[in-house]
Design a protein around this ligand. Structure first.
Ligand code: C5P
Length: 218
């Protein structure tokens, strides 16, 4: 399993994080949350007062923040210039802005390079939007997780206080549209990926199915 890379892509709320961590734990692999890296970049841009309506301004500063993502599935952590930003990157301000920052090609080039460095020789489950298509196109196991829009919104609103399923569904639809229609590396199902609809499945059932695919393909 040392050289194995499991690429886990899909829209928000499809269960990527819980499934990826569960699979990594079961197989003794590392775990990388690439969404956290885009969120960390966005948090830093907001802190710096960069005008997010200006892609050139985002691009010009994208090389500055030092972003480090820990890869232990039991203790995922993300730091920007030594500051733990695990909490702030999940706040509404970052969530509302991240797709705009993630659409800037210079941001993607920088973070994809950092992601490939973290992946190194493998032994890792990597979750994101473009892992099977761009970051690791040679990954032996590529999963594309989906779920109905309502199920995804229900899961997300159960995790977050003070939001309704309807508000979540609207916010997620907006983010999904931005993520799947951007010019650079849009969210899409990679060649050779297996689509797994998790709407009617429990977490354990999804993990079991991914473990079966790993056994079959890796
Ligand atoms: O997975 P998560 O919801 O935390 O991702 C936050 C955002 O980061 C996504 O909506 C997307 O805009 C961006 N992202 C990306 N490519 C990835 C991972 C995340 O563009 N590989």
């Amino acid at each position: 399993m040392t050289g194995l890379v499991v690429a886990m892509d899909g829209p928000s709320g499809s269960g990527k994080s819980s499934v990826s961590r569960g699979v990594a734990r079961a197989l003794g692999l590392r775990y990388l949350d690439t969404g956290a890296m885009y969120r960390a970049m966005t948090w830093w841009m907001l802190q710096q007062g960069v005008d997010l309506a200006d892609p050139a301004a985002i691009a010009a500063r994208s090389g500055e923040p030092g972003i480090v993502c820990a890869t232990d599935p039991d203790a995922p952590a993300i730091h920007v210039d030594g500051v733990d930003v695990g909490g702030p990157i999940r706040e509404a301000e970052v969530t509302g802005a991240v797709s705009v920052v993630a659409a800037v090609p210079e941001v993607r080039a920088r973070l994809v390079a950092l992601q490939r460095e973290a992946i190194g020789a493998g032994g890792i489950v990597v979750e994101g939007r473009d892992i099977g298509s761009v970051v690791c196109p040679d990954a032996p196991v590529k999963i594309y997780l989906t779920a109905s829009a309502e199920a995804r919104a229900r899961r997300r609103s159960a995790e977050l206080a003070g939001t309704t399923v309807e508000a979540q569904q609207e916010a997620m639809a907006r983010r999904d549209t931005l993520d799947s229609t951007r010019k650079t590396d849009p969210l899409s199902m990679a060649d050779g990926a297996v689509e797994l609809d998790t709407t009617a499945l429990s977490l354990d059932e999804v993990i079991a199915e991914v473990l079966r695919l790993v056994k079959e393909r890796a």
